[in-house]
Design a protein around this ligand. Structure first.
Ligand code: EPU
Length: 420
């Protein structure tokens, strides 16, 4: 299993470009099941999760084609099977995103029920309840969600009990081909939901309200092919900016979107960073200063994202002062804390809050990644440590960060991948 070896102590400097957003590329790939025409997807990130979603389409008999510019073309007219097997769902929970498209287009779907994972129990009850309200027959047996519908799904008024990103996406995709109007209340407002909606509209869907908490979808009889470019990854953007701030550096990230990172940029300013933005770039400069601790609370967009909580925890470990970080989205997203304490951090867990008292320096140690964003936070901890840190189980990082060691090397970091 590969490891990352990091020699800390270097301030990050330089420029990198940001890849397409994993969490909008995944639902957009699932949305290609909604039409028999070819959908061309541009700016797909090169990530393990994207490969898994392409493999899932392959299992169903759909063979995506990668063109010379690394764009992916999907034509789902060759589909033969309507199921997502456990082997794939267990490696990527986002496989659940094929449920809505398969059900609305083909009237049947079998998707393995995702289990709990390293960050929480993560049930999909709200996906199931909403599709049932739209007329689907759904049973959960033998570890599978078995769904079918006689005729078309029906438009419905759906109130989501909790804000759910993939739940909103699944229902929105299902509603595009349903009979009549669907209204999703308490919908997720995440930019990735908006990106998917924009792609669906380009395919001919009738959707309004994306980006607000009420999305209205009028079902249409069919969707058509289109070419769509995935938006930049805001979590990748934020991760590099936090890494630069933690290392007292100065970096510019290009091909990104400052307008969807307001909560994160405002925290980085509190840390002491000077931030400059253009339409598609962000520059961060710490002017060589040690960061100041910040306190934050995660919540659905536009509040502070849970996917950036671990990275700020890493920054706080070596900042001046004490910061408290509260996680409200997932119940078990502090696994990185124990690894950071092994590196000399001073972090206490109190329920769903961690109190981080900044120390002068961390000491490198062998540490283990437990999930994608925890891995990123351990790399940041390694970058601000004395000596050498090795991060084990980095298959987690390859799921969601494209060429992370190459990008960090471009910024001057001493980091390399070693096979063990
Ligand atoms: N929830 C339920 N029932 C449901 C659905 C969700 O109780 O039917 C709960 C979850 O257990 C959680 C909360 O609602 O406590 C929010 O979960 P959500 O459904 O929004 O999460 P998700 O859609 O499974 C997406 C991202 C995650 C990101 C979360 C929150 C994708 C593919 N994944 O997950 O991304 O953390 O939204 O923003 O879009 C990551 O990229 O590292 C990652 C974990």
């Amino acid at each position: 299993m590969d490891k990352l070896l990091i020699e800390g102590g270097i301030s990050l400097r330089g420029e990198i470009r940001i890849a397409g957003a994993k969490n909008s590329a995944l639902p957009i790939l699932a949305a290609t099941l909604l039409t028999h025409d070819t959908v061309q997807i541009c700016n797909l990130p090169h990530l393990f999760d994207i490969t898994t979603m392409i493999e899932l389409l392959g299992c169903m008999g759909v063979q995506p084609i990668i063109d010379e510019k690394l764009n992916v073309e999907v034509n789902s007219s060759t589909i033969k099977h309507f199921n997502a097997p456990y082997e794939l769902v267990k490696t990527m929970r986002a496989s659940i995103l094929v449920l809505g498209p398969l059900l609305t287009r083909y009237g049947r779907a079998e998707v393995a029920l995702p289990g709990g994972c390293a960050i929480g129990s993560r049930p999909v009850n709200l996906h199931i309840a909403a599709l049932q309200t739209m007329g689907a027959d759904i049973v959960v047996e033998d570890g599978y969600i078995k769904a079918s519908t006689k005729g078309k799904l029906r438009g419905a008024h759906i109130f989501m009990d909790m804000v759910t990103v993939t739940g909103t996406e699944n229902v929105m995709m299902a509603a595009t081909l349903a009979d009549g109007q669907t209204i999703i209340e308490n919908a997720a407002r995440e930019p990735e939901v908006v990106d998917l909606a924009n792609c669906l509209v380009k395919m001919g869907a009738d959707i309004t309200g994306q980006g607000s908490d009420t999305i209205v979808i009028n079902g249409v009889s069919e969707l058509k092919g289109c070419s769509y470019s995935v938006m930049p990854d805001r979590i990748e953007t934020g991760t590099y900016l936090i890494a630069a701030a933690a290392t007292k550096g100065r970096i510019k990230v290009k091909d990104t979107r400052p307008d969807i990172l307001e909560s994160v940029l405002s925290k980085l300013e509190q840390v002491g960073a000077e931030i400059k933005v253009g339409e598609n770039w962000i520059e961060l400069d710490m002017h060589g200063k040690r960061p100041k601790s910040v306190s934050l609370r995660t919540a659905p967009y536009p509040a502070f994202p849970t996917d950036m909580q671990a990275q700020f925890t890493a920054l706080n470990t070596i900042a001046t002062g004490t910061g408290s970080i509260t996680e409200t989205v997932f119940e078990n997203r502090f696994m990185h804390v124990h690894e950071m304490n092994r590196m000399g951090a001073s972090i206490k867990v109190e329920g769903n809050t961690v109190i981080v008292e900044g120390v002068d320096r961390l000491k490198g140690a062998p540490v283990m990644a437990t999930d994608l964003r925890a891995s990123a936070s351990l790399i940041i901890a390694g970058l601000v440590s004395d000596n050498v840190t090795t991060v084990d189980r980095i298959y987690h990082i390859d799921r969601g960060y494209e060429c992370i060691e190459e990008k960090l090397q471009l910024l001057g970091a001493r980091i390399r991948r070693i096979a063990s």
